[in-house]
Design a protein around this ligand. Structure first.
Ligand code: MN
Length: 275
């Protein structure tokens, strides 16, 4: 095996082809699709479809936003819908990616521009199994101001001692289109997330992480609810938030209770034949 200009290891013949493609200006990746982990567990695909529908039904995503999960057969692969509105996602729309966010078998399907959010977080957070990126509206004022998003009640204990905020100008400079459209930007976002569950994105939205699809959907829904409650409380005066210890204890308790809202939300969202 050797490493060629496309940064991937190949047997020697493949390296030659890859180098030749680079010389004549063809995209080298087309020569070297990453290997598939094989068919994912059907129940995981079903839950990923449900997660897309739930997030729309609960007002977290609209035409934009996406949710991913690690492949059950290989932690270096993840599953994400093709570029489309989440409420319309079916099992046939789910694609497999490697952690560089290269599609395994695109077959003409387009990918979300911001898929690097998912791959780069999976690279640095082995504990994270599912990721939601959204522009849920109540959260954005906390991304665009000095007021930190904090846990208002026990349900939002996963927010901990406040959500970090990603400033894209620090990486992309002053004239970006605000999107996480490269691995470098995804890596910078993952660094700002650190060990937190939620990272806010100035002028853009937020990204939520968890140990499963059920947990990440729960957290994405309640990040938005928490932001609405905090804005309400700020209008009344100076809120008292959960302290760090309360937030940590509540997070442990609620991590054991996510099946309850999931069953309700899934039944409701999947019963709708169209948005
Ligand atoms: Mn976005």
């Amino acid at each position: 095996m050797m490493i060629c200009g496309c940064g991937r290891a190949h047997a020697s013949r493949r390296a030659f082809l890859c180098g030749a493609a680079a010389l004549i200006g063809l995209p080298a990746m087309a020569q070297t699709p990453p290997a598939s982990a094989g068919a994912a567990e059907p129940a995981l695909i079903e839950d990923l479809v449900a997660a897309n529908r739930i997030l729309y039904d609960q007002g977290v995503v609209d035409g934009f936003g996406h949710v991913s999960v690690r492949h059950n057969k290989n932690p270096n692969r993840y599953l994400l819908a093709r570029s489309m509105a989440p409420a319309l996602v079916t099992a046939d729309d789910i694609m497999e990616y490697d952690l560089d966010s290269v599609a395994i078998d695109p077959r003409g399907r387009t990918s979300y521009l911001e898929r690097f959010i998912h791959g780069e977080i999976y690279k640095v957070r082995p504990d994270v199994v599912a990721v939601v990126h959204s522009h849920s509206p109540a959260v954005i004022p906390f991304a665009n101001s000095a007021v930190k998003l904090q846990p208002m009640n026990h349900i939002a204990g996963f927010i901990g001692d406040g959500a970090p905020v990603f400033e894209i100008r620090d990486t992309a400079g002053p004239g970006s289109d605000m999107l996480i459209r490269s691995a470098a930007l995804g890596h910078a976002l993952a660094a700002t997330l650190g060990n937190a569950s939620v990272v806010l994105m100035r002028g853009h939205g937020s990204t939520v992480t968890a140990q499963s699809l059920k947990h990440v959907v729960y957290r994405a829904v309640y990040t938005e609810v928490d932001a609405r409650m905090q804005a309400d409380a700020l209008r009344l005066g100076t809120p008292v938030y959960l302290n760090k210890e309360e937030a940590a204890a509540a997070k442990i308790t609620n991590d054991g209770l996510v099946d309850r809202p999931w069953e309700l939300w899934k039944k409701r969202a999947m019963a709708k034949t169209s948005p």
